[in-house]
Design a binder for this molecule. Sequence first.
Ligand code: COA
Length: 170
Amino acid sequence: MRERQRGRTVLESSTEMLEVVLPNDANPLGNILGGKVMHLIDIAGAVAAHRHSRRHVVTVAVDSLDFMYPIRVGQIILLRAHVTRAFNTSMEVEVNVFLEDFISGERRQTSSAFVTYVAVDEHGQPTPVPPLIPRTADERRRYREALERRRRRLALAGRAHRKFRTHSKP
Ligand SMILES: CC(C)(COP(=O)(O)OP(=O)(O)OC[C@H]1O[C@@H](n2cnc3c(N)ncnc32)[C@H](O)[C@@H]1OP(=O)(O)O)[C@@H](O)C(=O)NCCC(=O)NCCS
């Protein structure tokens, strides 16, 4: 039997990442490509999942993703990622994307995504992750809501919703 792992708070793995949008990342209209945003979402989310689990992680599912506003060449793309809940070997990470304009200082949210990562061992096999300890009211709400999202996600993928350990009572 594996030793029960120490829980980690949301803050311990929260990740912020930013990049300036360059012409190479853009379509002919001068807006960042959706695929580039998806790439950055995956990286920011994976860093949060790595920090939480201290394991290699692989992306297993991305929920629906909308692009609400264009981010233009010369603007900053800012990504914030935090783990919302850890299950057995998988973790749900919320990644919020913002644009920031150097000149006006305007910042607005352009996308939000829930990405599921699985921690794997050196053979690529799923391995247990530490529990998440939600502290604030928002973290506890996201923690509760993550369960329903997991149910829907697994049902869509045609997979049974496996039981998992309950680590805390948020
Ligand atoms: C991720 C992977 C190791 C899981 O393998 P598996 O044989 O399905 O393993 P399991 O059935 O034990 O599932 C492992 C976890 O993944 C979760 N999972 C599997 N498919 C999922 C899906 N479609 N959506 C959400 N979670 C999923 C399971 O619920 C389980 O979570 P839990 O342990 O917290 O309950 C395997 O599917 C894989 O290697 N996929 C490719 C990953 C990859 O290369 N990603 C990069 C892009 S290609």
